[in-house]
Write a protein that binds this ligand. Structure first.
Ligand code: SGN
Ligand code: CA
Length: 507
């Protein structure tokens, strides 16, 4: 059934409770694949992100922020619907097309009188049909250099420059030209810092002298974890030399090598020259070393970390630009600024890049918020929150009650500084994209404050149990071990309760 935006309120009995003048603006900035490990307010080991840190310093940092399905499109669908994947219908990037006629966050906000815009990566394999006053989006993943934007009116344009700068330019431009009589919500959706981590021109040489510490479980042997042992996302085995690591000599063969060169060749010729000057010298250095075995794996890790950090640095700069704009225009007091990613990422933990697994690094996602005047919370928030909560939260901010069919809950009480006693005790997770790239098996499970129970299924049938207090890096699968019977039974019960609550598929 096609639902018109005008019928949404009839469906859900949503009535704005504030007058328009009191409602906060929303600036929602989301990157792609940004690991908490690469944000200094979460983790000081690797790099500085002063602009993201400032949002947290002046507001809140969620310490237990999780996704419901660790993949781009599915995450975005969860965020925009407030529903788990099985309810919003978008379970897989590769197989699904999002049904844009369903109720969505931007439609509710628009209906409630907000001016709305989305800029950058949406990745739902369909264009928005309603609820936005303005959108300009990539087709699929988009490109780092001289990217192409597709517009609401059916036109498209290629814009010269680096994608993170351009998404920010377009966002500021919309803010500048919006109808200033209305509250607004803007979704600033970056391509960065997604694979293959193409650096901005000004940071080509940045981090090149830095050596990043190897995670303690870089040489994981995956003992007792069958699904982890068959995944194809190892820095050692699966990270591609030309495409990912950027070790390339003319004549290197293979689809991914030509993809890489194609990416570089999107640059204008002067920039291509500058690019190759840096990366040819890195390739020459690499070839002179004749690395094999662990030395080669660790070399790839360093290159990965450096290029990834370059894309993060430009992202952080651009978050600073948005902040500066809001400050210069006296909008900080009336605006909620959110920074998050579509999921977390492995920075060498378990020897990996990519995401998908329900293990901590990819289940977690950064979430910091700078709060408008009147919301009193400050510092770190420990309650478990999930990306299905973003839509109810933004609606609450706008004075719109949470629609009854949403799975998420509003985080507004937490933003007011309250500590609700009956906060959720566990989160539900479900990953569906298999068989597919990176070969991560289908799985679902529950995470509580201390434990995690996961069931891998489809062409496998294995359970995993972790005590996150004793084993935070999830190296020791306790499932079936003597002494774990009671906790396993309890977690299975809690999982069943969540499945019931969310009407989740029984596997
Ligand atoms: C691309 C990447 C994958 C990545 C998926 C999903 N391969 O297919 O490494 O897991 O996107 O990422 S690439 O060769 O095209 O770089 S997601 O964040 O969009 O879900
Ligand atoms: Ca992503």
């Amino acid at each position: 059934m096609k639902i018109k935006a005008t019928s949404l309120f009839a469906l859900t009995a949503c009535v704005p409770t504030f007058s328009i003048a009191q409602r906060y603006n929303i600036v929602y900035i989301m990157s792609d694949d940004h690991a908490q490990q690469m944000i200094s307010c979460y983790d000081e080991r690797y790099m500085e992100t002063p602009n993201i840190d400032r949002l947290a310093d002046e507001g809140v940092r969620f310490d237990n922020s999780f996704v419901a399905n660790s993949l781009s499109g599915p995450s975005r669908a969860c965020m925009l619907t407030g529903k788990h994947s099985h309810k919003n219908g978008f379970k897989s990037n590769e197989r699904d097309r999002f049904d844009m006629s369903q109720p969505m966050l931007q439609k509710y906000l628009h209906e409630a009188g907000y001016q709305t815009a989305m800029i950058g990566k949406l990745h739902l394999n369909a264009w928005p049909t309603s609820g936005f006053d303005y959108w300009t989006l990539f087709s699929g993943q988009g490109d780092y250099y001289n990217p192409v934007f597709f517009n609401q009116d059916g036109s498209k344009e290629q814009v010269k420059g680096y994608v993170t700068d351009i998404v920010t330019d377009k966002s500021i431009n919309w803010l500048e030209h919006r109808d200033k009589s209305k509250p607004f919500a803007i979704w600033v959706h970056h391509k960065a810092v997604h694979r293959d981590w193409m650096p901005p021109m000004q940071y080509l040489r940045e981090f090149e002298n830095k050596t990043f510490a190897l995670p303690a479980n870089f040489y994981d042997d995956y003992a007792g974890r069958q699904a982890a042992s068959t995944a194809e996302m190892g820095i050692d085995k699966h990270m591609h030399l030309p495409y990912d690591v950027k070790i390339y000599s003319p004549g290197d063969q293979g689809g991914l090598a030509s993809w890489y060169v194609g990416n570089v060749e999107r640059l204008d010729s002067a920039d291509q020259k500058a690019y190759w000057a840096v990366y040819d010298s890195i390739t020459a250095d690499f070839k002179s070393r004749h690395l094999t075995g662990k030395a080669l794996a660790e070399y790839k890790y360093q290159r990965y970390m450096r290029d990834y950090a370059k894309t993060v640095k430009s992202l952080d700069d651009n978050i600073g630009r948005i902040y500066d704009y809001l400050k210069a225009n006296n909008l900080l007091d009336s605006t909620l600024i959110v920074y998050t990613s579509d999921q977390g990422f492995y920075m060498g933990e378990h020897g990996w890049f990519d995401k998908r697994f329900m293990y901590e690094e990819s289940l977690r996602t950064p979430l910091v918020m700078r709060l408008p005047k009147g919301l009193k919370a400050h510092g770190s928030i420990k309650e478990m929150v999930q990306n299905i909560d973003y839509a109810p939260t933004m609606l609450d901010i706008a004075g719109v009650p949470t629609p009854k069919d949403m799975d998420g809950v509003s985080l507004l009480p937490l933003l007011k500084g309250e500590r609700p006693k009956n906060w959720r005790k566990g989160i539900y997770y479900h990953f569906y994209e298999y068989p597919a790239e990176h070969a991560v098996k289908r799985h679902y499970g529950i995470r509580t404050n201390r434990y995690k129970l996961i069931h891998f299924y489809n062409d496998i049938d294995t359970w995993e149990l972790y005590d996150l207090k004793k084993d935070p890096t999830e190296m020791n699968n306790l499932y079936g071990k003597p002494g774990t019977e009671k906790i396993t039974k309890k977690l299975r019960q809690q999982l069943e309760e969540l499945e019931k609550q969310y009407d989740a598929p029984k596997v």
